[in-house]
Design a protein around this ligand. Sequence first.
Ligand code: ZN
Length: 507
Amino acid sequence: MKESLSALKKAARELYLLEHTQAVISWDMETNMPEAGNEERSDQLALLEGIMHRKLTSPEIGRLLSALGADDDKPEGKGDFKIEDKAFIRELYRKYSRASRLPESLVTEMARQTGLSHNNWVSARKNADFSLFEKSLSRIIELTREKAEKIGYKDHPYDALLDEYEPYMTAKDVAGVFGPLGEKLADLTGRIAAAKQVDTSFIQKPYLSELQDRFGRRVIEKMSYPGGRGRLDISAHPFTTTLGTNDVRITTRYDENLVLSGLFSNIHECGHALYELGIGENIQGNILANGVSLGIHESQSRFWENMMGRSMPFWEHFYPEFQKTFSEQLDGIPLEAFYKAVNRVNPSFIRVEADEVTYSLHVILRFELEKAMLSGELEVSSLPDAWNARMKDLLGIVPADDAEGVLQDVHWSAGLVGYFPTYALGNLYAAQFEKNMRIALPGMDDDVRAGEFKHILGWLRENIHQHGMIYPASELCRRVTGEDLNPSYFTDYLEKKYGEVYGLRGN
Ligand code: ZN
């Protein structure tokens, strides 16, 4: 068995290296590549994708996994190995069995369809006309259903899709959490809408991009990024990517008219990067050296972005410098007013621009609709009406057209169904973790006020980052917090914070 394990590690190491090679050329494509390079670059990426798929589903890997006793009932195998090795076998078995259950014809057809769909989605969105995208989406849903059937599931086809992004979680688990969450958030949003609104006029002025960049870099340096192991570049959509154990890069974008957007992107992506940079040495260089799920990954970015970056102690430290940097826009604006503007709640149509309170409602809506489309309860042709009706229930507003409604996100056109829940799960995990961090670090707010993040980062590293994929998300949550994922930590956090910002009664 020992020999099989080391042979398996060797094969998986190649996959790991190929993944990072792919990350290098994707990063270049998003940040530096001239537009004319696109065609060959797509071929390069497709070639690598094919090589990786063949490697992952090779008979050799199958043989080694079964020699180790890994199967659906015992994915970690039957050997008497240490915990990292069992987790390694479990995760490789998961990847292998998902990939080998999908016939190549389906994978190719999906790739072809998403290429076509993307263009249709772009023109549908431009013309605010869902009918231009309807056929493509119907086909994608059909193929996605087929994919779920091939992969297999117990209760709902959604489970097979969600598992790709949030391993071991089911649609039923998500619904159990999102149900009460949606009600509480809709109620809080309603009470905030009825309260006295906050002034944001001073952050709506233009702010020079060079100065935004200078300030944004100062903030992430304080968070201890990049420390010689990363870099920040500009791209159309901000992202984090791991090119190697000691090379985790982030990107951002600056808009002169949206000063907070660039700053919070820097902080958000830095949160993701710190996670990957904090992976323990015992698992560096193998497939466990990764975030355990997208929900846990998002908990790291959102913890830094919202619970740190939109907190009063954070701005007690940074506001004097920020105000000095942008004295023209912020002269005479007190800290308190600025803090409130940073935390303005405003039900709006576009998910990516949503505030901390309403954001998860956008996600709940997408989860419900995706699930209904997959099970056939909702016809794709009725999607815009269903979208608008649910938008009214949850956020109290109805989009004027499909562009600011059902067509706003790229995900479905790219075949990413089952992905959205992870965004809201991140908020929930973040709040539950933060609650426990506060108990362990009673001086946390004073640290932040002093611009000192080393204890906070130390806690995250010790409790979350170092483990990589060793523990599945639900187990990690129980280890860190002593209980299962519980959305009331997030809603309690919001009630307290926004009760103060908006002077709600009972707070
Ligand atoms: Zn993120």
